[in-house]
Design a protein around this ligand. Structure first.
Ligand code: C5P
Length: 463
C-alpha cells in the first residue's frame, strides 16, 4: 500500500470509533503528535484517553487499559510489534503512527494498521507529521494543527541534516503558512534561541558553525557584535535575533561570513530555515518559534509532566504556561549540568566513538540531550555514547548516542549500530534514528555492549 493508502486506512479505522486510547512518547514529537490526534479525534466526537510512556516495554504495556477502545500508538510501536502481539493487542483494533524503523511481528498474526513515513522512504518526517496527515485526512478543518506538526518535526531534528524541512514535512509547512499560523524565515542564520536567547549566547553556542573569537565565547561574541554596531539594549541586556531589523541581520551575517572565511572555516552550514509563530505573544517568547516551543515540550515530557506540554499544545497560555516556564528553567539548568559534567570529567575515546558513564547522577530521559550538546566541545568527529542508570529498573542501563549530520553523511547510522549491538545481547532493546538513538541493556552487559557498538561503527566508517 502507498503512504496515502495507509493514511486512508487509518482514517477509516478511527471514523467508526466511539472511544480511543492514545499511547504516546514523552518527548516533543510524542507530545505534539498526541495533541494533534486528540484534537482531531475530539472534533470527530470521539472520546479520548491518553497515556504517555517513556518507551514501550512489557512494564509500560501493562498500564494500557484492557478495554474495548481502539488503541493508537504514536511515536512508538513500529519497532515493538512482536511485543504488542504477545501482549494480546488486536491488530485490527490497533493503529501505529510512527517514524522509527518498523519491525513487523513474526508470521502467523495479522499486520497492525501501521502508518509509518519511513516505510515509504520519507526519512525526514516525525510522528507529529504523520499524525497531522491523518488528522487532515479526517477533516481539512484540522489544517490549523500544522503548527504542532512542525514543532514535532523540528523537535525530532528532522530539519537538521538539510537545514530545512523537506518532503511531506515541507508540504505541512505550506499548510501552516496558508492558514497563517506559521511564518517561514528562509535561509536565515543557523542559530538556536532566536526568540529568547541574548544574541551573543546564540552566536557563541551554535553547534553548526565555528566562528573564531565567537564560538564558545559569549564575551567574545558580544565584542564581535559591538564592533559592527550591534549593542545591548540596556547594560547587559542584549537583543535576541528576532528583535533585529533586516539591515542589522544582514550586517551580522556579513560579519560572520567574513570572520569565518578569513580563518578558512567552512560556511556551508551557516544558514537554516526558521519557523515562527506570529500568533504567540512576545511575552511568551519561548513559544514564538518551532525549536524553542519543542524545547518547552521536552522540558515537560522528559521531567514526567507530558500532560503539561499537551495543555500548552492545546492553547493554555495561563496556568499551564506558568508551570511550564518553571519546567523549562529546570530543564535548561539540568542539561547544562549534564553537559558540564561530561566536559569536566572527560570522555573515554575509543577508536570510533566517545564514551562516558554518568551513573545515577542524572535522569535517563535527559542524558542524551546533554551528550548531544557536549559533543561540539569534545571531538565531534566521533559519535558519543552515554550510559546511565535506568531510573525504573536498577538492573538495567540506559544508553543514548548522538552524532552530527556530517558524520551521518559519511555513513554512520546510530540506529543501526544500537539495534545490531542489541541483537547480540539478551534483554536489550534499542532504536531511534541515524543521528540520535537509544537503548536499554542489562547492567552486566555494559562493557561488551560498548565494544560491540565501537566495532559496528568501525564497519560503518569502512563502508
Ligand atoms: O532516549 P534518547 O533521547 O537517547 O533517544 C534517542 C532516540 O532513540 C529517540 O528517537 C528514541 O525514541 C529512540 N529510542 C528507541 N529505543 C530505545 C531508546 C531510544 O527507539 N530503547
Amino acid at each position: 500500500m502507498s503512504f496515502e493508502e495507509d493514511i486512508r486506512a487509518a482514517a477509516d479505522a478511527v471514523r467508526s470509533c466511539e472511544e480511543i486510547t492514545i499511547i504516546s512518547h514523552i518527548d516533543a514529537d510524542g507530545i505534539s503528535s498526541e495533541s494533534i490526534l486528540a484534537q482531531a479525534l475530539l472534533r470527530q466526537g470521539i472520546q479520548i484517553t491518553t497515556k504517555f510512556v517513556r518507551q514501550l516495554d512489557p512494564l509500560t504495556l501493562d498500564q494500557i487499559p484492557d478495554d474495548s477502545s481502539l488503541k493508537i500508538f504514536s511515536d512508538l510501536g513500529s519497532g515493538q510489534q512482536q511485543m504488542l502481539i504477545e501482549k494480546g493487542l488486536d491488530p485490527s483494533r490497533t493503529i501505529i503512527i510512527d517514524h522509527h524503523v518498523s519491525q513487523p511481528a513474526e508470521t502467523g498474526s495479522d499486520p497492525f494498521i501501521e502508518v509509518n513515513c519511513l516505510n515509504h522512504g520519507h526519512e525526514k518526517m516525525s510522528a507529529a507529521g504523520v499524525s497531522y496527515l491523518l488528522a487532515r485526512e479526517l477533516d481539512t478543518i484540522n489544517t490549523d494543527l500544522a503548527k504542532l506538526a512542525i514543532i514535532g518535526n523540528v523537535g525530532d531534528m528532522m530539519d537538521r541534516e538539510h537545514l530545512c524541512l523537506i518532503g511531506p514535512a515541507r508540504e505541512i509547512l505550506r499548510d501552516g503558512i496558508t492558514c497563517k499560523a506559521v511564518e517561514l524565515w528562509e535561509h536565515d542564520l543557523n542559530i538556536y534561541g532566536i526568540s529568547t536567547r541574548p544574541l551573543p549566547q546564540s552566536l557563541a553556542y551554535s553547534d553548526d558553525m565555528e566562528i573564531p573569537g565567537v564560538s564558545r565565547d559569549p564575551d567574545g561574541a558580544g565584542k564581535f557584535l559591538e564592533r559592527i554596531g550591534i549593542i545591548p539594549l540596556q547594560p547587559n541586556r542584549w537583543p535576541v535575533w528576532e528583535d533585529l531589523s533586516f539591515e542589522q541581520k544582514q550586517q551580522v551575517c556579513s560579519a560572520v561570513i567574513e570572520q569565518m572565511m578569513a580563518h578558512g572555516k567552512d560556511t556551508t552550514r551557516l544558514f537554516a530555515d526558521h519557523y515562527l509563530f506570529p500568533d504567540e505573544d512576545k511575552h511568551q517568547a519561548s513559544l514564538r518559534n518551532a525549536s524553542e516551543f519543542a524545547t518547552m515540550l521536552n522540558s515537560c515530557g522528559r521531567w514526567q509532566r507530558p500532560e503539561l506540554g499537551g495543555a500548552i499544545c492545546r492553547g493554555d497560555r495561563v496556568a499551564a504556561y506558568r508551570e511550564a516556564e518553571h519546567m523549562l528553567r529546570n530543564h535548561r539548568t539540568k542539561i547544562r549540568e549534564v553537559m558540564l559534567f561530561i566536559t569536566d570529567t572527560g570522555v573515554t575515546e575509543l577508536s570510533h566513538m566517545l564514551y562516558i558513564h554518568v551513573g545515577g547522577r542524572f535522569p535517563d530521559t535527559i542524558v542524551g540531550i546533554g551528550a548531544g550538546m557536549a559533543l561540539s566541545r569534545l571531538n565531534p568527529e566521533k559519535p558519543i555514547l552515554i550510559m546511565c542508570e535506568d531510573s525504573l529498573d536498577p538492573s538495567m542501563t540506559k544508553v543514548s548516542m548522538r552524532t552530527r549530520p556530517d558524520v551521518v553523511s559519511r555513513g554512520v547510522d546510530l540506529q543501526q549500530a544500537l539495534s545490531q549491538a542489541c541483537e547480540g545481547h539478551e534483554n536489550c532493546t534499542g532504536g531511534g534514528h541515524r543521528i540520535a538513538a537509544g537503548a536499554f541493556i542489562p547492567r552486566d552487559h555494559e562493557r561488551a555492549f560498548i565494544e560491540d557498538v565501537n566495532r559496528i561503527l568501525a564497519q560503518q566508517y569502512a563502508q
